[in-house]
Design a protein around this ligand. Structure first.
Ligand code: FAD
Ligand code: NAI
Length: 463
């Protein structure tokens, strides 16, 4: 038996690496097992960070092509170099993953390189070497959900991982799944000149989104040239040298049709990843959807084994995983942390962005909660006009009786940054009136948030 630890975390994604750092800060002797060559998990290596790097580059190109002229800026022969764009993305990822390695060293977290499996409570094996530990945290993340008949080769039929590495812009990209990955990466290639068709099983995009926001979002993406085939399912794919032929059918059944693509992006969701962890042997129970089953304190059914992040129930978001990482570390140190799951923001990083926190109107209606609505469009916000980005609106939902903020939905420029104010408001139990009475700098996009809060009681000033 080799070295022993207070805590071994399996997986160095945002859940695992943050958990390891926090536990080390609290005085524990910590190791983190990661089988990838670099730390940071899905998010830093093949998720959040590289996708945002490509979204940023393609957005700059789009602006130079279509928006600069309106600002009186003349640029001729605008073009792009995809290999440079990809190289830059690699540099961004490299700096981030190296940053985590530095943080591990700084906090004296040992990186056990290799595949970790749980021998039993208190023992983790990494490629055959066993380590003893008081506690184990599983943070093994998630993987793309496959689709029968649509075989991924990461060249012609890709998951998000392959889509982040394409060597040339496809003539026609078909995206299966109108969710977050499909719309973000679809936007990247649309901006770079691909024709993009999104095939979605349901009758709307990003089904979890507030309906009103979702409808306007779909219209805006449509105006940008993205095509949608809603209520449609893909039943098969045939590859040849000149592309992929997909067979589609109406979701409710009916006549089949075919659709040709140069590249197909399969993005129909992600599922928990538990391969090689030896959960069976260790007796760790999974739920009906293959997630590691935990109680409200992230404890599995086996004492001393905990789980966090994408591998357990809840939104598959990096910041949710991070907060759980901190919470479980603090709990192991005897503290009493708490996460308010209702105040976790979600963002789609298209342009305009879409951001949400709390409940949608549909959810409030379903729960029979009486609510008030305040809305404010970016067309009436001075800063948005100055930027030339007036698409979208802010919508705040508050409790009819108490005025407590119950949800906020923003479609518009920098929505992902604006939503933080409302997440904070909800965390502090603020009312719409509290937000409305807070002084907001002028001219800023945040004023649209204040105006929406004023609009909850019908007293917006600029509309
Ligand atoms: P992961 O990040 O998946 O990390 C798990 C790690 O565990 C992996 O590195 C894996 O190699 C390792 N591992 C697994 N099993 C073992 C084992 N047995 N031994 C050793 N190592 C093991 N979320 C956001 O909040 N914002 C975004 O903008 C965003 N963009 C995304 C874009 C894309 C294209 C994708 C795919 C995802 C995106 N996400 C985003 C989701 C985000 O990446 C995940 O929610 C987050 O990474 C989950 O963190 P985690 O720590 O639970 O797992
Ligand atoms: P998703 O769950 O967001 O969307 C999947 C979509 O595919 C849904 O609209 C669903 O109805 C549809 N679908 C399911 N089966 C289908 C089928 N057979 N045919 C056609 N459509 C089908 O999943 P996605 O986009 O793969 O992303 C996975 C997760 O990664 C997200 O849920 C999110 O948690 C995370 N992520 C977060 C990002 C962010 O925070 N900005 C960015 C990218 C990913």
């Amino acid at each position: 038996m080799s070295e022993s630890f207070d805590l071994i975390v399996i997986g160095a994604g945002p859940g695992g690496y943050v958990c390891a750092i926090r536990a080390a800060q609290l005085g524990m002797k910590v190791a983190c097992v990661e089988k990838r060559d670099t730390l940071g998990g899905t998010c830093l290596n093949v998720g959040c960070i590289p996708s945002k790097a490509l979204l940023q580059s393609s957005e700059h190109y789009e602006e130079a092509l279509h928006k600069f002229a309106d600002h009186g800026i003349k640029v001729e022969n605008v073009g792009f170099d995809l290999s440079r764009m990809m190289a830059r993305k690699g540099e961004v990822v490299g700096a981030n993953v190296k940053g985590v390695e530095f943080l591990f060293k700084k906090n004296k977290v040992t990186w056990l390189k290799g595949t970790g499996s749980i021998v039993k409570a208190g023992v983790v094996a990494v490629d055959g070497t066993e380590y003893q530990t008081k506690n184990i945290v599983i943070a093994s993340g998630s993987e793309s959900i496959p689709l029968k008949g649509v075989e991924v080769d990461e060249k012609q039929i890709v998951t998000s991982t392959g889509a982040l590495e394409l060597e040339k812009v496809p003539g026609h990209m078909v995206v299966i799944g109108g969710g977050v990955i499909g719309l973000e990466l679809g936007s990247v290639y649309k901006r770079l000149g691909a024709e993009v068709t999104v095939v979605e099983f349901l009758d709307r995009l990003v089904p979890s989104m507030d309906n009103e926001v979702g409808k306007q979002f779909e219209r805006i993406l449509g105006k940008q040239g993205m095509k949608f085939k809603l209520k449609t399912k893909v039943t098969g794919a045939t590859k040849s040298a000149d592309g992929v032929e997909l067979t589609l059918e109406p979701a409710a059944g009916g006549a089949a049709e075919t659709l040709k693509a140069d590249v197909v992006l399969l993005a129909i969701g992600r599922r928990p990843y538990v391969e090689a962890l030896g959960l069976d042997k260790a007796g760790v129970a999974l739920d009906e959807r293959g997630r590691v089953k935990t109680d409200a304190h992230y404890a599995t059914n086996v004492p001393g084994i905990y789980a966090i992040g994408d591998v357990i129930v809840g939104a598959m978001l990096a910041h949710k995983a991070e907060d759980e990482g901190v919470a479980v570390a603090e709990m192991l140190a005897g503290q009493k942390p708490h996460i308010n799951y209702n105040a976790i923001p979600s963002v789609v990083y298209t342009w305009p962005e879409v951001a949400a926190v709390g409940e949608t109107e549909e959810q409030l209606k379903a729960r029979g909660i009486a609510y008030k609505v305040g809305k404010f469009p970016f067309t009436a916000n001075g800063r948005a006009r100055a930027m030339g980005d007036t698409d979208g609106f802010v919508k705040i939902l508050s409790d009819k009786a108490t005025d407590a903020v119950l949800g906020c939905h923003i479609l518009g420029p920098d929505a992902g940054t604006l939503i933080a104010e409302l997440a904070l408001a909800m965390e502090f139990g603020a009312s719409a009136e509290d937000v409305a009475r807070t002084c907001h700098a002028h001219p800023s996009l945040n004023e649209a948030v204040k105006e929406a809060a004023l609009a909850v009681d019908g007293r917006a000033l600029h509309i």
